[in-house]
Design a protein around this ligand. Structure first.
Ligand code: TRP
Length: 461
């Protein structure tokens, strides 16, 4: 492609107007249950600091370049995640847009289990308000959580409450409102995490947890661990499926795409570390097992607040804010199929939302029941919950990431990369862009492929 000016026939579109607005929106999608629930649970299941180390390498070398690539595609094409590939590659014989379709499928896979966990969070917010967690010790909090996710009706009802909530928001189209809410409330969540950190770090025996998080034992790294870290990097940064392509299309021409991506990745990783520092010291101080996985957040946090003055108030705030962060992330996920169905297939927004959310609820209930009646139903050795989680983060997002890198590196090529990512030469970052081009053309796709095949046990590295 020799024309470096991009498509010109579009009507002027709405977009984010300020640098802070761009950051808040992208961070609003990135920060979610991934930081406070998935990051600690995967870190605990994969051996601690060594996993964190590999995760950070994955963020820097792969997640970040994929995010910049998505921004480039989106800002260049100025449209949704499927149309943008068609826009930049009109030849129907070269079906790059299939990457967009994989993205839509990945949104569903993620939502099947995300709505379940979000339901737990909503329920915990409610329970905290009504005083149901007051004075919970670790044992008591563990028992409450175990019996809750082991029941059938409650978790299903809360999953549907989550789905109805996000559907109403999506149908009303008040994305901007939610963005504004997230922008003001995320800093509060941040402060609460800091309070948790101080409390956790002053518990007797807290240093064990800090060591667990920062003192790596590299013998714990296996192909599966690396794949889990890579999958988490994609999931955390909301990349590999087109959310950032869509957001890229709203970013103004004056913003620096690489700088935006670096800031988002740094801030997001920082939030995850704060969550890790709140949870692991408490895990060790309370004598819990770090491998407990998904339950860590729901047991350590209530137990920790229960031992503090005004604990009930803080606990309520914590879960309400976590619910809001999860809601912001889910809206960016539900919007992906809705935008696709309305723009490409001309469905009405209401129908697209109801059908998508309905499908997420019906199939998602399999994930929800995985902790109760379906706990013994295994597919390839995994419960439905684990299967949806694995297929999305560890298969669909990395495959999407490979295609996105190849598209930007080989189809768009050096000239377009330089034009988009240096704002037509205004930013003096050409040396960086040479490295970036090398990464998206060769390093990232090959590395993702090797990690994927090795993690799936198809090749032995
Ligand atoms: N990043 C979000 C979280 O950590 C989840 C999320 C939102 C996401 N949009 C996404 C994950 C797109 C992958 C792709 O909670």
């Amino acid at each position: 492609m020799s024309d470096t000016n991009g498509p010109k026939h579009h009507k002027p579109r709405e977009g984010f107007t300020t640098t802070l607005g761009v950051l808040a929106a992208t961070l609003g999608s990135a920060v979610g249950l991934g930081n406070i629930w998935k990051f600690p649970s995967l870190t605990g299941q994969n051996g601690g600091a060594a996993f964190v180390f590999v995760y950070m390498i994955c963020v820097a070398l792969i997640g970040l370049p994929v995010m910049i690539s998505e921004f480039i595609i989106g800002r260049r094409a100025q449209c949704n995640n499927v149309s943008c590939f068609k826009e930049l590659e009109p030849d129907p014989k070269k079906p790059w847009y299939l990457a967009g379709i994989i993205g839509v499928a990945a949104a569903f896979l993620i939502m099947f289990f995300y709505t379940d966990v979000a339901g737990w969070v909503y329920q915990y917010a409610f329970r905290a308000v009504t005083g149901g967690l007051a004075g919970a010790t670790v044992d008591k909090a563990g028992a409450i959580f175990g019996s809750y996710i082991g029941s059938v009706a409650g978790p299903l009802i809360w999953q549907w409450i989550v789905l109805v909530t996000i559907s109403v928001i999506i149908i009303a189209g008040v994305t901007k409102g939610i963005e504004r809410i997230t922008k003001t409330l995320l800093p509060i969540l941040f402060v609460l995490l800091l309070i948790c950190d101080v409390r956790a770090l002053t518990l007797p025996g807290a240093m064990e947890g800090v060591k667990y998080l920062f003192n790596p034992d590299f013998t714990k790294i296996t192909g599966g661990v690396v794949l889990a870290a890579l999958g988490l990097a994609f999931f955390k940064l909301s990349v590999g499926m087109g959310t950032m392509t869509t957001y890229g299309s709203y970013i103004g021409k004056k913003e620096s795409l690489p700088k935006t991506a670096v800031r988002v990745a740094l801030a997001d990783t920082f939030v995850s570390m704060l969550a890790g520092l709140a949870i692991f010291p408490a895990v060790f101080a309370f004598g819990m097992k770090p491998e407990a996985g998904p339950s860590l957040l729901f047991v350590t946090i209530p137990a920790m607040f229960a031992s503090m003055p005004f604990g009930q108030v803080f606990l309520t705030m914590f879960f309400v804010l976590a619910a809001i962060a999860a809601t912001g992330a889910m809206i960016s996920l539900l919007e992906v199929p809705v935008a696709y169905l309305t723009e490409e297939h001309h469905w009405s927004r209401v129908t697209a939302t109801i059908v998508s959310a309905g499908a997420m609820g019906v199939v998602g209930s399999l994930a929800t029941l995985s902790t109760s009646v379906l706990s013994k139903t295994l597919i390839a050795g995994k419960t439905f919950f684990d299967l949806f989680d694995f297929l999305s983060s560890n298969v669909a997002l990395p495959v999407g990431g490979i295609v996105i890198c190849l598209f930007v590196g080989w189809k768009l090529g050096q000239k377009v990369i330089e034009a988009e990512a240096s704002n037509e030469g205004e930013l003096k970052n050409l040396a960086f862009l040479k490295v970036f081009t090398f990464i998206v053309k060769y390093l990232a796709p090959i590395a993702i492929l090797i990690v994927l095949l090795n993690g799936l046990g198809i090749i032995k590295a």
